[in-house]
Write a protein that binds this ligand. Structure first.
Ligand SMILES: [Zn+2]
Length: 298
């Protein structure tokens, strides 16, 4: 079978061929244009396809979704709603098309090829410019009614009145993303600009940076404890640039998780770093059209 995967993000689009073993091959990437996003996807896919028949395409897209219509907040041209599934079927009429949220694809990528190999039920998370996620149960990506299951970034966390980009108040993302943590640190006297600088400052002992990391880590651990209690999972995998912040973020996360996760079935929950980096969601797109993985609902 000739299958392909594409990952459509706010800053770049990546596409690859799916190997016979279901693994993604080396991707090609282009920057996401301000206008003509779908044409850029088609041009990139055509370049990867190289004239072969297209039998299946696994599409990972920024969200939220409404079924197979993508309305990514961070891709303005598509924000009102772009009929991604229909557009893909029109362009590749003989292909099986799967459209799945990027957070869920990243979770599936780690489950199939990365830090989640061997797990049965997994929560994948991305902690970066936002906080995203996805839920995998026995090889099946949980989509939910509209395709948005796994949005852990919009679980409210205690003691926060921070306004979230989604319109809600006190969301995990509004506390624990890189930009949210930088904003909090700057409001408390820190003078840097980026999450990478904040992580570096925390590692070198800057007290405000350490407090910002502790605040983010505590919120993450608290949200994970709640999600794990609800889902009864065996593993949490965390990727994304801000998750590379090391002990200043991970130690408070672990402390908060253990404080809140009291039930016996939560005591051996493992939380580990992701392995696939920014390639996780493309790998998940590949897994969707390879063998052995499914999405639910179909
Ligand atoms: Zn929110």
């Amino acid at each position: 079978m000739t299958a392909f995967a594409i990952d459509i993000g706010a800053t770049k689009i990546a596409a690859c061929r799916v190997g016979p073993d279901g693994m993604p091959s080396e991707p090609q990437t282009v920057p996401t244009p301000a206008v003509g996003v779908w044409q850029a996807c088609v041009d990139l896919l055509d370049s990867v396809v190289g004239g072969d028949p297209v039998e299946a395409i696994g599409i990972s897209t920024a969200g939220p979704l409404d079924g197979e219509t993508a309305g990514p907040i961070n891709i303005p041209e598509w924000a009102p709603g772009f009929g991604l599934g229909d557009a893909a079927r029109e362009r590749y009429p003989d292909a099986r098309v799967e459209v799945v949220l990027d957070g869920a694809c990243a979770a599936l990528g780690e489950y199939a090829f990365g830090a989640g190999r061997g797990a049965t039920d997994l929560l994948g998370m991305i902690v970066s410019s936002g906080v995203g996620g996805g839920i995998i149960r026995s090889g099946t990506v949980m989509g939910g009614r509209t395709g948005n299951a796994g949005h852990i970034g919009h679980i409210p966390v205690p003691d926060s009145a921070d306004v979230c980009a989604c319109g809600g108040i006190g969301c995990l993302e509004a506390v624990a993303s890189g930009p949210s943590s930088v904003r909090w640190a700057r409001a408390n006297g820190w003078t840097g600009d980026t999450g990478i600088e904040l992580a570096r400052a925390a590692k070198s002992g800057d007290e405000i940076a350490l407090a910002a990391m502790a605040r983010a880590g505590t919120a993450l651990g608290t949200a994970i404890a709640g999600a794990a209690a609800l889902l009864d999972i065996d593993l949490v995998v965390i990727g994304g640039g801000f998750a590379l912040s090391g002990g200043p973020l991970w130690d408070p996360l672990e402390t908060a998780l253990r404080r809140h996760a009291g039930l016996r079935y939560l005591r051996d929950l493992d939380v580990v770093p992701a392995l696939l980096g920014s390639g996780a969601s493309l790998a998940g797109g590949a897994a969707l059209v390879g063998d052995g993985y499914r999405r639910w609902p179909i």
